[in-house]
Design a protein around this ligand. Structure first.
Ligand code: SAM
Length: 371
């Protein structure tokens, strides 16, 4: 099987995600079968899934429930037939449910929702939101991951998304979206949620072996040592990408997906964490340093750490100096074992919706040995 094109990786678009080829390169270079790979900012779970596919053990965490749901769905993949049975069961309950009740829930939502989703699509989504026990049941979690991965996207270019026109990676604010749809006279199209979810499950689980299983937890990067106590001294390799300085607010930008997972029907900031976009550089570097400190008990003596970082308002030299300082304060013997790799970022998809946004202009990859 060619892991390169595995559809499961792309189950949910995510901001600042790294490609599976990035993970594969370092897992193959620095680990052997059965070694443990860890990611304390796991996002959509690229490190975890790719490491599992390469026969390694994998664990990771993220503070955002969207990232947690998607990564854990990838780490604990249910069998396709159990997903299809569950979808049929849920659809039957939906068809027999009280129509007036579903309509009442729909009308209680802010106006954004009625312009974002066709009315029957929204009712189906609302029903799934109330019904899926994604926190406790791995089949429901996988279905929830499929839903949030399809919740918003480009309506004009694809029929794969449930919403009116929207970027795939982030959800824009309600007022901005309403203005945008009004100005461009855009209305949502009807999407058959249950049928689409079945097709998506079949596609995403194509070619996938459900044998290896990873460990994903909802946790702050600074607390991973207590959450993963059973893994102390076992991590051979860390591959990670912390939030970038000044670039995005994962909580606010993922607000619609967070709503589907049980959150409020509007964007929030600082309810999940205040740490995802420091605007003050020294606070940011303190957070990064504390995150390295959180890893210490988990690492093997000869562990390697691979980090992809970007920033707005900081040049590359400055970023490298600050990054190395943050590592050295925790691992005094740490050293770069490869020259930092600089990559320019091409214009992102979300920018076509927000023409004034500057975005992050570059990323740098660092490869370190900590002993
Ligand atoms: C650059 S993204 C990681 C993307 C990931 N490499 C991928 O391929 O999807 C950074 C992640 O850090 C998470 N994050 C922010 N603050 C955190 C914290 N205090 N603890 C753990 N995760 C945090 C964000 O929710 C986000 O998912």
């Amino acid at each position: 099987m060619n892991a390169r094109r595995l559809p499961l990786h792309a189950i949910c678009p995510y901001f600042a995600m790294f490609p599976e080829s990035f993970v594969r390169e370092y897992v193959e270079a620095y680990t052997n079968t059965g070694d443990l790979v860890f990611d304390p900012f796991c996002g959509r779970g690229t490190t975890i899934l790719e490491s599992l596919l390469l026969g390694r053990n994998a664990a990771g965490s993220d503070i955002n429930p969207v990232a947690y749901c998607v990564s854990r769905a990838k780490a604990e993949r249910p069998k396709l037939n159990s997903i299809i049975s569950r979808l049929r069961e849920v659809e039957k309950i939906y068809q027999n449910s009280v129509i007036v009740q579903n309509e009442k829930y729909r009308l209680l939502l802010p106006p954004f929702f009625r312009r974002a989703f066709y009315h029957t699509t929204l009712k189906e989504l609302l029903f799934l939101r109330h019904t899926l026990d994604w926190k406790n049941n791995k089949i429901d979690r996988f279905i929830a991951a499929l839903v949030i991965g399809s919740l918003h996207g480009e309506m004009g270019r694809s029929t794969a998304y449930f919403s009116n026109q929207m970027p795939r990676t982030i959800c824009l604010k309600p007022n901005y979206s309403l203005q945008y749809w009004g100005k461009h006279e855009l209305f949502p199209k009807k999407r058959r949620v249950f049928a689409m979810l079945q097709q998506k499950a079949e596609y995403r689980l194509m070619d996938i072996q459900a044998n290896s299983k990873g460990m994903v937890r909802l946790a702050d990067s600074r607390k991973v040592s207590s959450v993963f106590r059973s893994q102390w001294g076992k991590v051979e390799l860390v591959i990670t990408s912390p939030p970038y300085l000044n670039v995005t607010r994962y909580e606010e930008d993922q607000w619609l997906r967070l709503w589907f997972l049980g959150g409020p029907p509007y964007p929030t900031y600082g309810k999940i964490s205040r740490d995802d976009r420091y605007e003050v550089a020294n606070k940011y570097w303190k957070f990064i340093e504390d995150s390295w400190a959180g890893l210490v008990p988990l690492l093997k003596e000869n562990a390697k750490i691979i980090v992809r970082l970007g920033a707005i308002g900081l040049n590359e030299e400055e970023m490298t100096i600050q990054f190395i300082k943050s590592v050295k304060n925790v691992f005094p013997k740490a050293r770069l074992i490869q020259k930092p790799k600089y990559t320019e970022i091409v214009r992102r998809q979300a920018q076509s919706f927000l023409p004034s946004s500057k975005g992050c202009l570059y990323e740098i990859d660092y490869v370190l040995s900590v002993c």
